[in-house]
Design a protein around this ligand. Sequence first.
Ligand SMILES: [Ca+2]
Ligand SMILES: [Ca+2]
Ligand SMILES: [Ca+2]
Length: 303
Amino acid sequence: MGSKNYYKVKPLRNMKTLTILLFTFLASIAINAQVKIGTEIQVNTYTTDDQYEPKLASDAAGNFVVVWPSVLQDLDGEAIVAQLYDLNGSPLGGEIMVNTTTVDDQYSPDVAMDLAGNFVVVWTSAYQDGDDDGVFFQRFNKFGVKLGGEVQVNQTTALMQGHPSIAMDNNGNFAVAWVSWSGMLNGNTDDIMFRLYDNLGTPTTSETLVSSPPGGNFIRCDVAMGPTGNFVIGFHDLDSDGRGVFARSYDSTGIPISTLFQVNSYVTDHQEFSALAMTNGGDFVVAGGKMVMVVEFMPDSMI
Ligand SMILES: [Ca+2]
Ligand SMILES: [Ca+2]
Ligand SMILES: [Ca+2]
């Protein structure tokens, strides 16, 4: 009799234990882990020569767009190509040729997408602004149809302007940040610049100087924007020992909220800027360093 009860009860206990373990496992996945959905997907359909350094942006539903430079796809130097995907990773239409002006190289793209799926691609284009490289953008609706023509961002055109970054608020207003080498004509080194646009692509500021970092060689800048348009720009500059990571934050009209401030507290040797991200609450994270360094700032700690 006791033996019978044992065998009846034991499986039930095991089932409870299994159920608890399963829920614990699923909860740990939901909270702590990223789980692959599907397999790797090759983005580029056109495969001749190099397609490299892609950037990606998504809308509120999870639909997304990938942009990348592609060698000789526009038959003259490099080209900028985009591909839209739905939230399940299925392609929406085919590859989109982003740049209309194809002469020489179009490269180093970045992309931002609004909540509804409209997006803006920004890139560096050779000789299009009349003097070496310049920065251009093209707006698209959520179906990948071009809205207007390509627009020149930089107003100062002497020498090279390039390596742009773009970020967008919930209403589709956006900021473009880039590096301008024209500062060298004034005895500076590379200048970090930004310019703001509304959701129709109309500029709401002139190009604005963020900083002229003397240690800006091998420069890289990035911009991140909150839901209401406040934004922060990061880059590297010289600190007390080699390079360090610096940032400055602005309100939605381009007025500085903070002074230029140093992000890294460990200064020995080089700390090199990598990337920025901002939460909906306006907190942001700056990443960089020869060794990986991540520093988080609250907005009110920067003022
Ligand atoms: Ca080209
Ligand atoms: Ca130029
Ligand atoms: Ca340093």
